[in-house]
Design a protein around this ligand. Structure first.
Ligand SMILES: C[S@@+](CC[C@H](N)C(=O)[O-])C[C@H]1O[C@@H](n2cnc3c(N)ncnc32)[C@H](O)[C@@H]1O
Length: 468
């Protein structure tokens, strides 16, 4: 059975939730059998039986927002063996030497061959070793893996390649300062593209750690961050302070659980702003409708959509003006038919943009008198225009205050009141538990997941609501 490493996005909990949902409901059925804060190990039900499965991995990569790259696993070494070969304190040289030899032999078995990391020997070969630790703040990573395991791997793999007949075998050298600081900054997707690491005679070889041990894999697909960045940054209208990231837009679209026939599915963003969700929905083949109560935003989104279609060299359909309209989200049913939409994906109005934390009472006023009635009115309308059992993926703010607790809208109440149920973002029965507290998912956590940077005043909280 083939297994794959999915290198997760920076919000690993959200990336795992997205991936598990994808593996559960899309046609590419599978399970996450192990994970860390950086990688998920995936076993597919039958994808690997297809001789062209790499094309399918590319499709999965294109759909997922929280996946940096996908790598095929060749072998696994348990954590005790690694710790014996690379102990924190050198006591027994003989056992260190013996176990390191064992690790070299394992690598040698898989390095070259029809089903190996490299399909055959080339005159000139190049590889980059990436180490993904269980958690980045683990001292075993900075003190041992970066300083001892990495140089060992580089040297061993280089020698094996030469012994097998490569005239030139080179490896990617991390900057000295990264080795000294104990943080490699692993090979990012744009490096994979820059160094041609998807070519046959070049490779990124991943050593991905979990609590159980290390998975050895070769990368086959990568995210194309330059393309996402181009759409996000070069579109004619963009407001950095109120826009979600392309990755989050993709993750939200996937939580709608619409994976088949996307081209015939109608989805709506009723607080469209400058259209981040709309643009990425077009790239994912959905029929996108959107609205906003600010005419300027409506025109910006239309302009952005035309710009994207032009970039994709696609014809501009005559109906964009009917599908992107000015409308209050509390009155959606005035313009859209009942049971019209297959899903709604949106980041609504959050209230004022804060450069400093507000006072508790100020934030409370916004939450109670502005946002709660707005979201309530929107959910009431959403219930009318959505098909039965379809979903809303919704972001709600958490506002930090100077003089009190964080404040937020009670989305669960509003959902129940308007004929929706909250759907957990992760099915805990499908995920094996971990010892490390930092890696555990808790039951009360998974009703929603937070997307935020450290110290952010307004954090984003993601919810999935399903029409009853
Ligand atoms: C946070 S922004 C959405 C930004 C969007 N996600 C993006 O990336 O560009 C919220 C949008 O909601 C719109 N809005 C505020 N109140 C509204 C209402 N009652 N009905 C519809 N749109 C509203 C604002 O004009 C604003 O464009």
């Amino acid at each position: 059975m083939e297994r794959f490493i999915f290198v997760l996005g920076s919000n690993w909990q959200l990336s795992i939730a997205e991936l598990d949902n994808y593996l559960k409901y899309s046609k590419y059925k599978g399970r996450i059998i192990d994970y860390s804060a950086n990688i998920a190990i995936v076993e597919f039900k039958d994808l690997h039986l297809d001789p062209h499965y790499i094309n399918k991995l590319m499709e999965i990569q294109f759909n997922l927002g929280g996946c940096q790259k996908i790598s095929k696993i060749f072998d696994f070494i348990d954590i005790n063996t690694i710790q014996e070969a690379f102990p924190t304190q050198m006591q027994n040289f003989k056992s260190v030497e013996r176990t390191r030899k064992k690790i070299s032999n394992i690598i040698e078995n898989y390095i070259i061959g029809k089903n190996g990391i490299f399909p055959k020997v080339y005159e000139s070969m190049f590889f980059a070793v990436s180490i993904y630790p269980n958690l980045y703040d683990d001292p075993y990573y900075s003190d041992i893996l970066v300083k001892h395991f990495l140089p060992f791997l580089n040297k061993e793999i280089m020698e094996i390649l030469k012994q097998k007949g490569a005239e030139k075998a080179l490896y990617y050298q991390y900057p000295e300062k990264n080795i000294i600081s104990g943080n490699l900054n692993p090979i990012f997707p744009h490096h994979l593209i820059k160094y041609d690491l998807l070519n046959e005679n070049r490779a990124e070889i991943i050593f991905g750690f979990t609590e159980e041990g290390v998975y050895i894999a070769r990368t086959f697909t990568t995210d194309d961050p330059n393309f996402k960045k181009k759409i996000d940054e070069e579109r004619p209208y963009k407001e950095f302070k109120s826009s979600i990231s392309p990755k989050l837009a993709l993750i939200m679209l996937n939580f709608l659980n619409i994976f088949e026939n996307r081209e015939s599915k109608k989805i709506l963003d009723p607080f469209v702003g400058n259209g981040t969700i709309a643009l990425f929905a077009i790239l994912q083949d959905f029929q996108i409708y959107s609205s906003d109560n600010d005419l300027k935003k409506v025109n910006n989104t239309i302009r952005n959509i035309h710009w994207l279609l032009d970039l994709l060299e696609e014809e501009i359909p005559p109906f964009t003006h009917q599908r992107v309209v000015k409308q209050d989200a509390k009155r959606l049913s005035n313009i859209f038919q009942p049971y019209f939409f297959d899903g709604i994906c949106t980041e609504p109005e959050f209230g004022p943009f804060y450069t400093e934390k507000p006072y508790y009472l100020q934030a409370k006023e916004i939450i109670e008198n502005e946002l709660t009635p707005l979201y309530d009115g929107f959910f009431k309308e959403a219930n009318k225009i959505l098909k039965p059992s379809s979903r809303i993926c919704f972001i709600s703010p958490i506002i930090s205050t100077i003089d009190g607790d964080d404040l937020q809208v009670n989305i669960e109440n509003l959902a129940n009141k308007n004929n929706f149920k909250l759907v957990p973002m992760l099915d805990l029965t499908r995920i094996n538990s971990k010892y490390n507290q930092k890696l555990k998912f808790r039951k009360n956590q998974i009703k929603n997941l937070i997307d935020a940077k450290k110290g952010q005043i307004v954090k984003r909280k993601l919810y999935i609501l399903e029409k009853k």
